[in-house]
Design a protein around this ligand. Structure first.
Ligand code: GRF
Length: 215
């Protein structure tokens, strides 16, 4: 069975959604740079192997990333899933796992990179935002886009209500795309465009989100 490794720094709600919805695969381990990450508690409770590598123990990013790689390689994962992992990874790490690292970002990239993306979108007074699942490249929040989902910004929204709907969509799109990746249904063409294969059950799996998710 293919394995994934999930990297987190905090709450872990995407980790939970992934754990509950991945098919024919298992989470080899969850790794966090943060001892207090809430998601680590969840993982332990459900019996997933966990590891903490405090980044504060390292003098430079590359040394941290090397320890991370040693740990990851023990599990031989097919995919490395970033789910709220608040560390910038080095070129060395990213090149070592080309097209194996994926991330989810709470905006329609390339708009609103970096932290507080939902707040940035809300404050920009735009009418639509969303989420992006992408391969991780050397530039922050810039890798090839695999899928995006849209969330309208309503006149009645505040930052909190908007963030809640964005997160609901994350919990649907991320496991959906991870399952496609694990089944080798995601390819990159010669131009760097990511193509995701349609499958008969897609609409059923996406349910009420089917019209808001694009891949
Ligand atoms: C999510 O909004 C995700 O898009 C971003 O970090 C947040 C993590 O949330 N990369 P959680 O820890 O999965 O609840």
């Amino acid at each position: 069975m293919s394995k994934i490794v999930v990297l987190i720094s905090g709450r872990g709600s995407n980790l939970i959604a992934i754990h509950k919805n991945i098919l024919n695969s298992e989470i080899g381990c969850v790794i966090s740079n943060n001892t207090d990450a809430q998601g680590i508690k969840y993982a332990r409770n459900v019996g997933i192997q966990t590891h903490i590598i405090p980044h504060t123990n390292y003098n430079c990013r590359e040394d941290f990333d090397k320890s991370l790689a040693v740990l990851i390689d023990r599990y031989q994962p097919k995919l490395i899933v970033l789910a709220g992992f608040m560390r910038i990874l080095t070129r060395w790490f990213i090149q070592r796992y080309t097209q194996q690292i994926v991330n989810i970002h709470p905006s329609l990239l390339p708009s609103f990179t970096g932290i507080n993306a939902t707040r940035q979108a809300f404050q920009a007074r735009i009418k639509i935002t969303g989420v992006t699942v992408h391969y991780v490249s050397e530039q922050l929040d810039c890798g090839p886009i695999i899928a995006q989902g849209t969330v309208p910004i309503l006149s009645t929204d505040n930052e909190h209500t908007l963030a809640t709907r964005v997160l609901q969509l994350e919990h649907k799109i991320y496991p959906f795309i991870i399952n496609k990746l694990l089944r080798n249904k995601v390819h990159m063409d010669m131009t760097g465009l990511v193509v995701v294969e349609n499958e008969p059950d897609d609409n059923k799996s996406l349910g009420i989100f089917a019209n808001n998710i694009f891949f």
